[in-house]
Ligand binder design. Structure first.
Ligand code: G3P
Length: 219
């Protein structure tokens, strides 16, 4: 089964503005050449730009628990959807959401026909957050994010445990693995351990040739 690749450009310079459009072209070539399913998560300010340029599913990196009205600065699920997003990441290690708020935020995202990737830092969080029935649950140990020691090498057990917990609660929830993913081994091992795909940021946004890096990883 081909891995689902979720590229989260965070706020890296190569993932916003005109440079994001260059990255999108590369990701489209990877998809065309490998047949992989790629989701691209971009800053809120780039959702419309990205979704106007590509058929790759564009996701927000966060949405707030707010709706139309006096909510200055809020990122509304309604607006994210209208800007062309197909989904949103929620509770990323770099944008944590209080559990009570998260429950309502997941519901609001669903109401606006947004797919939901909920991120967990620990197995305790996995146990709690799988019950929200997200479309995807991503396990990302924060201490490994952005580094070169991947979660697949450093903590393979957390992947198998996550798969076990999630699939027991709802086999329809897809498990994603993130943090330090940089090599073909990382993807292969994640899939062997039962994951449905990976979440990646710096390995792509920091690459001189993101297309080559991703094709090498996938093939
Ligand atoms: O959302 C995925 C991200 O947190 C992983 O970051 O740089 O370790 O691939 P990175």
């Amino acid at each position: 089964m081909k891995p689902l690749i979720v590229v989260n450009v965070k706020t890296y310079q190569t993932g916003t503005g005109p440079r994001l459009l260059k990255l999108i072209k590369k990701l489209e070539e990877v998809k065309a050449e490998t047949g992989s399913k790629i989701i691209l998560s971009v800053p809120a300010t780039d959702i419309y730009r990205a979704s106007s340029e590509t058929n790759l599913p564009i996701y927000a990196q966060h949405t707030d628990l707010a709706t139309y009205g006096p909510n200055t600065g809020a990122i509304l699920p309604e607006s994210v959807r209208l800007a062309g997003a197909k989904g949103t990441i929620l509770n990323h290690a770099e944008k944590k959401i209080d559990l009570k708020i998260l429950k309502k935020t997941v519901a609001a995202a669903r109401l606006n026909k947004l797919k939901v990737i909920v991120c967990a830092d620990t197995l305790d969080e996995v146990r709690l957050l799988a019950r929200l029935r997200p479309d995807y649950l991503a396990i990302e140990p924060p201490e490994l994010i952005g580094g070169n020691h991947s979660v697949t090498k450093a903590r393979p057990k957390i992947i198998t445990e996550t798969v076990k917990i999630v699939k027991k609660i709802d086999p329809m929830i897809k498990v994603l693995v993130g943090a330090g993913i940089k090599t073909a081994y990382d993807i292969k091992k994640s899939m062997e351990l039962g994951a449905d795909g990976i979440l990646i940021a710096s390995g792509i946004t920091g690459a001189k040739d993101p297309k080559k890096v991703l094709i090498d990883m996938i093939s």
